[in-house]
Ligand binder design. Structure first.
Ligand SMILES: NC(=O)c1ccc[n+]([C@@H]2O[C@H](COP(=O)([O-])OP(=O)(O)OC[C@H]3O[C@@H](n4cnc5c(N)ncnc54)[C@H](OP(=O)(O)O)[C@@H]3O)[C@@H](O)[C@H]2O)c1
Length: 296
């Protein structure tokens, strides 16, 4: 069986390659010249800028894969507010083009499709995005299912994990600052489920192997604020939590509105064999172990 990972150099992309079951022939594509993940040779890599819709569709068609994972996206939510056209092209129009070409697409979406007034949310709850990124992601979900009901859309949130050439994760940012004795401002009024990227990758493969289609929520099992998460990092690493200052979302003056009371209900995905959904402490222990083995 053949799988193509689009955005294979990103956080989730690298984790999908690492989590691939034995026997799958893997290829990758992305905006960079070459693959970052070990184990993916250069001849299994196609350079594609998804803002070129024809190139996006061609890359998927030519890969002729049984499954295509779309882990590529313009993920800088504040930049999406100032560049809505680029956001729509990469995060929606290219997704439709790939959904048209793929036999089976696994596309990633986000909790930002919700307004965060009354989370946690199930797949049946009504979306109401607050930002350009959230609105475009919701439109991408609809585009995927218009192309084929056999595709999958998996919403996730608050991803962190390991891989090469990635930005430091929230956990690393907290840890590095506390180690250096620096005070850090952390929001206490945004709630969601932190999700280890390698757990998400295992769960995405499990959905594929189980032959699933449709809409799924997938995240870690524990719902907490960023502030609580930062304090748990301190507790887990023996660092000084009194350096963490609580701030409110409005203090940050971010261009894109975030859903405050978010989070997922995981009843649907919990019933699928092979998914890996864990609480925060267990996830973070796994993360620190992974960091010993995966080169940055
Ligand atoms: N991270 C989260 O907390 C989170 C939460 C909810 C949902 N999601 C969704 O989960 C998926 C994976 O997220 P992630 O955190 O793994 O993202 P990521 O690390 O930012 O990876 C995204 C990849 O897409 C690439 N990309 C961006 N624009 C592109 C373009 N025009 N053409 C080709 N490739 C392009 C990026 O390249 P560059 O790095 O060079 O730009 C990067 O390699 C995305 O769909 C995201 O929206 C993420």
């Amino acid at each position: 069986m053949k799988a193509l990972v689009v955005g294979a150099n990103g956080l989730l992309g690298q984790n999908l390659l690492r989590a691939a079951p034995r026997g799958w022939e893997l290829s990758g594509c992305g905006i960079e010249e070459a693959p970052l993940a070990p184990g993916l040779p250069a001849d299994r890599w196609t350079r594609v800028d998804l803002s070129d819709l024809d190139a996006a569709e061609r890359a998927v068609r030519e890969a002729d894969a049984d499954v295509v994972f779309n882990a590529a996206a313009m993920t800088a939510v504040d930049a999406c507010e100032s560049e809505p056209e680029r956001c729509a092209r990469v995060n929606r129009d290219a997704v439709r083009a790939m959904a048209r070409a793929a036999k089976r697409l696994v596309h990633l979406s986000t909790d930002y499709v919700f307004d965060g007034r009354n989370g946690p949310y199930s797949e049946d709850d009504e979306p109401n995005p607050l930002s350009v990124y959230g609105r475009v992601k919701l439109e991408s979900e609809r585009a995927v299912f218009e192309e084929s009901p056999d595709h999958l859309v998996v919403r996730t949130m608050l991803l962190y994990g390991t891989g090469r050439g990635l930005r430091p994760s929230f956990v690393d940012w907290v840890r590095a600052n506390l180690e250096a004795g620096r005070r850090i401002p952390v929001v206490g009024d945004q709630v969601g489920n932190p999700t280890l990227a390698s757990d998400l990758a295992v769960s995405l493969w499990a959905l594929v192997l189980a032959g699933k289609s449709g809409l799924w929520h997938c995240s870690g099992t524990e719902r907490c604020s960023r502030l609580e998460w930062a304090r748990r990092v301190a507790a887990r690493t023996g660092l000084d939590a009194s350096l963490i200052d609580e701030v409110r979302t409005e203090d940050l003056r971010q261009p894109a509105k975030r859903p405050p009371e978010s989070g997922f209900r995981l009843d649907r995905i919990s019933a699928v064999a092979g998914v890996r959904l864990r609480g925060l402490d267990e996830q973070m222990d796994a993360y620190f172990e992974e960091k010993k083995n995966v080169r940055d």
